[in-house]
Design a protein around this ligand. Structure first.
Ligand code: IPE
Ligand code: IPE
Ligand code: MG
Length: 241
């Protein structure tokens, strides 16, 4: 089903981009943009709950973002600590389940602990699954899935012929999540930047010039409206009606 009657997308992914440019345009340090970006994430999660979205994946820090200057990385990690400490109670009250995907080995041990606590606290919540992609790269996720399957095959526990799309997807970090229906990227950039390469196979893309720190409820609602006007065909013939 698609079109205006199909309701909100079940799973929305967002590439939250433009924090640095937002700050630079105001003569502020980049960290000021990241701080407002964290506010935008708070707003957007609340709006997603209100709009009836079931899964929201926020691209928060990519595998490639480790290439940034150490000071910026530390500022981002500090904001993340603060977010995890201050938001969990409210997220829990709102019925939000938090999950983190990405390479945890590269995150500081205290952040991993905060993530694990937040996941444990909210694990039974069903209203909205908030997936934070942290130290996340899709190529890293795909190669890790390939490695896991190869290991099982080499150990004689898996017949290579048994590897189909479902089995492969079950080894991804997103294993029990539906694929995103809608991908939003802010700040006018039109690229995927190593986000959910497998899972976005049939997502609808909406790009907006809005910089992430300015993003809010109305922008999310308008992206969802745009999604409602799309004709999703999944490879089938276009309807002629
Ligand atoms: C997005 O904003 C936040 C992260 C990628 C962590 P940027 O920091 O990429 O902002 P721009 O793209 O430089 O404006
Ligand atoms: C993508 O934004 C990653 C996140 C939003 C976390 P980037 O700003 O890192 O992407 P590029 O470098 O412009 O492709
Ligand atoms: Mg950017």
């Amino acid at each position: 089903m698609s079109g205006p009657l199909s309701g909100p997308p079940s799973h929305v992914g967002i590439i939250m981009d433009g924090n640095g440019r937002w700050a630079t345009a105001r003569g502020l340090p980049r960290v000021a943009g990241h701080r407002q970006g964290a506010e935008a994430a708070r707003r957007t999660v609340r709006a997603a709950v209100d709009l009836g979205i079931r899964h929201l994946t926020l691209f928060s820090f990519s595998s490639e973002n480790w290439k940034r200057p150490m000071t910026e990385i530390e500022q981002l990690m500090e904001l993340l600590r603060r977010y995890l400490r201050s938001e969990i109670v409210e997220l829990h009250e709102q019925g939000v389940q938090l999950r983190v995907i990405g390479d945890r080995e590269r995150l500081a041990p205290d952040i991993v602990r905060l993530v694990e606590e937040a996941e444990a606290t909210t694990r039974d919540n069903r209203r909205l699954t908030l997936v934070m992609a942290l130290s996340y790269g899709a190529r890293q996720e795909l190669t890790s899935a390939a490695r896991a399957l190869a290991r099982e095959a080499a150990a004689g526990r898996l017949d290579p012929e048994a590897i189909d799309e479902a089995l492969f997807a079950s080894r991804l970090w997103t294993a029990d999540l539906p694929d995103p229906d809608l991908l939003i990227r802010t700040s006018g950039e039109m690229r995927i930047s190593n986000f959910l390469l497998w899972q976005l196979a049939y997502a609808e893309f909406v790009f907006t010039e809005r910089l992430w720190p300015d993003f809010g409820r109305d922008d999310l609602a308008s992206a969802i409206n745009e999604f409602g006007r799309r004709d999703r065909r999944f490879g089938a013939a276009a309807s002629t009606g």
